[in-house]
Design a protein around this ligand. Structure first.
Ligand SMILES: Cc1cc2nc3c(=O)[nH]c(=O)nc-3n(C[C@H](O)[C@H](O)[C@H](O)COP(=O)(O)OP(=O)(O)OC[C@H]3O[C@@H](n4cnc5c(N)ncnc54)[C@H](O)[C@@H]3O)c2cc1C
Length: 400
């Protein structure tokens, strides 16, 4: 019997992980990517312990700890640098026995490209829609240039503007966060910039993050409340970023000062109303295509990686493919729904510029008992088969 074939649309973090995992699960795989070349944005991200554990459960070793920097400390400070709270990530990570890794997007992409070496990857290949054959159960993806690809399963890993999702559920609106995110990678040194350190600074309607990527390379991000029309079409320059963080802790001002203007990226921050049903027949969604979330928990790629691990496990040896896909979706629904909701509530809480709410925010994190904070953070860092639901958590990890 010939091997069954999975068509993966999208070669982002989720699509590449799914492709590698499905090949390991015995599937023939092909990947189709819209971009003409694979180039990761010049920024970083945190791949937290839950995602690394998910990869381990399916035997996929990307050696991320050797390619990035293991998270060693995590502090939240006021805009002027006064400590609000040291978060107990290191002790939780130690107890879980699985590292969390701070890594550049290009290093993560390289790891995933090595893991998918040999899998056919077609660039410049934009999926438009799909049709399913009720007799054979197969699915055909149709591309904008008229080509087609046929397989037993279609995985829409095509990100926030997913064409596969649009074909499944029709047009939808996105939900803006109310702020812009600026980010950059740059060499940096400062006494507070220690190996494996993550430091968040909270102001009024603004936040800033300093994250060590290893080797003296800093990933920084800054947020600022802004009307949607402006944040989605930002044409400002470095001057505006400098002004936004003027008077903040000296390492924040210095990080921006040493960054060339051309290296500062601006991205809008948005999510969608949670989608209850991600698939039909031999088609499913994964990662941002299924459950786009705001970046406050630094778990978007983590959820895409967890999805890929669960999907590969469910499809391994499956005889009833639609049933295996629905089982994957059922297994992922509650955890990802909670992450989407928590990301938004954390975001609203942290971006507050309300003069009454802001001190409450800082006091909450100063005084929340260690046990409660640890339990909340540990839930998000824990990947388990049938992972527990994340109760209305208030927490932050590596990113805006
Ligand atoms: C500012 C910022 C900071 C973040 N920080 C973190 C962090 O610290 N930790 C973390 O875990 N996550 C973080 N995230 C979230 C994370 O980047 C995403 O959740 C993750 O990239 C989702 O992966 P994905 O593969 O689902 O989608 P994507 O990475 O968006 O990949 C989708 C791919 O599909 C392709 N594609 C799109 N349409 C089509 C089509 N029609 N046909 C073919 N191909 C198509 C795209 O070109 C792309 O390559 C952050 C996000 C942002 C914006």
């Amino acid at each position: 019997m010939s091997r069954r074939k999975a068509i993966v649309v999208g070669a982002g973090i989720g699509g590449l992980t799914a492709a590698a995992a499905l090949r390991d699960a015995g599937w023939e795989v092909e990947i189709h990517e819209r971009a003409a070349e694979l180039r990761a944005a010049g920024s970083g991200l945190s791949v937290m312990s839950n995602a690394i554990k998910a990869l381990r459960t399916i035997g996929l070793d990307l050696s991320l700890e050797k390619r990035g920097q293991v998270l060693e400390s995590y502090h939240v400070r006021t805009a002027r640098g006064r400590l609000i709270r040291e978060f107990p990530f290191p002790s939780i990570i130690h107890r879980l026995g699985v590292p969390s890794v701070l890594i550049t997007r290009s290093a993560l992409q390289q790891a995933l490209l090595e893991a998918t070496a040999g899998i056919p990857l077609t660039l410049d290949s934009t999926a438009r829609d799909f049709v399913t054959d009720p007799d054979s159960g197969e699915v055909t993806v149709r591309f904008t240039d008229g080509r087609e690809a046929r397989g037993d399963v279609l995985i829409g890993a095509d990100g926030f503007q997913s064409a596969i999702r649009r074909h499944l559920v029709g047009p939808e609106h996105s939900r803006d966060s109310g702020y812009i995110v600026w980010l950059a990678l740059t060499p940096f040194s400062h006494p507070r910039f220690t190996p494996g350190s993550v430091t968040h600074y909270w102001g009024s309607g603004q936040r800033f993050g300093l994250v060590d990527m290893g080797g003296g390379l800093l990933y920084w991000w800054g947020t600022k409340n802004m009307p949607t029309a402006r944040s989605h079409d930002w044409r400002g320059g470095k001057d505006e970023v400098v002004r936004a963080f003027a008077g903040w802790s000296e390492e924040v001002e210095q990080a921006i000062a040493v960054t060339p203007e051309a290296d500062i990226l601006a991205v809008p921050s948005r999510d969608r109303v949670f989608l209850e049903s991600w698939g039909r027949g031999p088609v499913t969604l994964l990662g941002d295509a299924a459950h786009p979330m705001l970046t406050s928990l630094g778990q978007g790629s983590g959820m895409a990686i967890e999805d890929a691990a669960v999907l590969a496990r469910r499809l391994h040896g499956a005889t009833d493919i639609p049933a295996a896909l629905r089982a994957y979706e059922d297994e992922r629904r509650e955890r990802t729904r909670a992450m989407v909701a928590s990301s938004r509530s954390v975001s609203d809480f942290e971006q507050s510029e309300n003069p009454v709410r802001r001190p409450i925010r800082d006091a909450y994190f100063r005084f929340i008992p260690d046990r409660k904070l640890t339990a909340t953070l540990e839930q998000s860092l824990t990947f388990a088969v049938d992972a527990p639901v994340l109760a209305d958590a208030v927490m932050t990890e590596g990113s805006p």
